[in-house]
Design a protein around this ligand. Structure first.
Ligand code: MRU
Length: 371
């Protein structure tokens, strides 16, 4: 196996001082308020923004995965309610429709609720002050944005410290799935933020990036982020993960989460659960990195998590080109659920839960309530 220096030499060239990615931003220009989304369906070929001047455009972007990933969906939901308020639309209707746009990531409904509550609280204190309520709603969305950025940084610190304990000495060879970086967050993300912290600390030997069929969030988005950051990364087809682990080439598997139930069961991009099984078989830590906002104490266990089912054409196609016979049916869940017993640790901004069990999760939820 190539040594650390050789791996570094093989790293894709870094592009210095690229501006930070801004997957979502509020635009207050004179044409009226709008929410601008970096269209993730076009990456990496094209960096183009979608201008949302109304909630229907935002909902369409959420459902097409132009804006995606649990923490960013929370921000999109909150700013979406702010957009409805700023444009004089029904905030109640907008909140209801946005919260239902995708079912699995708990952050979406949570972000919507936070902004909606700010709107209602303002109107309760100052009935009829719609401008003030609109400003309070936008302030709530911006506060969530800042908190998410801060959570990213804290997760990166906790995650790197955990890696150093789990895999002492040498550089880390990390396998990740889907996309969990700056494209899903107000900051640098979740699992990918930990890998980035390892890279900056000179401790990342290789980032193994699952392509993540069917929509290729790994090949299109994680590879794009890794290349921008100059990380040493290699892509693999999802079904190559088994032989990679069997060859002893992975020190830890790092993934994000869309919803973590009260018992620690974790829904994440489909393909995460098989990685957890493989990791256990090969004695490799399987680590979930997610903000505490992704933990849903009202979802008791994995069975209670609603897994989004998506259209068959996503599987029947490869990168938009039909590869299966016309009319092929498909099983296409967007997520799968990993039971707590297969998860070595859950890293949040509040700290690390390990072992992952009801006691650890209850302690984490109590910490979240008290802060
Ligand atoms: O369907 P997507 O692309 O929204 O799925 C995203 C994931 O599964 C991510 O791994 C998850 O949201 C965690 S991102 C911090």
């Amino acid at each position: 196996m190539a040594d650390l220096a050789a791996d570094r030499a093989a790293a894709p060239a870094s592009i210095p001082a690229l501006p930070p990615l801004r997957p979502l931003r509020w635009d207050d220009s004179p044409g009226g308020p709008a929410l601008l989304l970096l269209d993730q369906t076009r990456l990496p070929a094209e960096e183009r923004e979608i201008v949302c001047t109304g909630v229907p455009t935002l909902i369409d972007a959420i459902q097409r995965l132009a804006v995606r990933g649990a923490p960013l969906l929370g921000l999109a939901g909150a700013y979406g309610v702010a957009l409805a308020a700023a444009r004089g639309c029904s905030v109640g209707d907008a909140a209801e429709q946005l919260a239902r746009a995708r079912p699995t990531a708990v952050n979406l409904a949570l972000g919507v609720r936070r902004a909606y509550d700010a709107h209602q609280a303002h109107l309760a204190a100052k009935p009829g002050d719609l401008d003030g309520a609109s400003a309070a709603t936008l302030a709530a969305a911006r506060a969530l944005h800042r908190e998410d950025a801060a959570a990213s940084a804290a997760m990166a610190d906790h995650g790197l410290a955990l890696l150093e304990r789990l895999v002492p000495g040498g550089g880390h060879r990390l396998l990740t799935h889907c996309n969990t970086g700056a494209l899903v967050s107000g900051g640098e993300g979740t699992a990918l933020a930990v890998a980035l912290a390892a890279h900056r600390a000179g401790r990342l030997r290789r980032l193994w990036v699952d392509e993540t069929r069917p929509l290729l969030q790994g090949a299109r988005l994680t590879a794009y982020e890794a290349a921008r950051a100059g990380m040493p990364y290699s892509l693999l087809a999802d079904n190559a993960a088994g032989s990679l682990l069997a060859a002893g080439q992975v020190d830890a598997v790092l993934v994000g989460a869309d919803r973590i139930a009260a018992d620690g069961s974790t829904a994440n991009k489909v393909g995460s659960y098989p990685l957890a099984v493989l990791a256990r078989h090969h004695g490799v830590p399987f680590v979930v990195v997610a903000p505490s906002t992704t933990v849903d104490p009202d979802t008791a266990d994995g069975e209670a998590i609603v897994v989004e089912q998506r259209a068959a054409h996503e599987v029947a196609e490869f990168a938009g080109v039909q590869v299966a016979p016309p009319g092929a049916t498909a099983y296409n869940p967007a997520f799968d659920v990993t039971p707590p017993g297969l998860i070595s640790a859950i890293v949040t901004e509040k700290g690390v839960v390990s072992p992952v069990d009801v006691t650890g999760m209850t302690r984490l939820c109590a910490m979240s309530r008290s802060s």
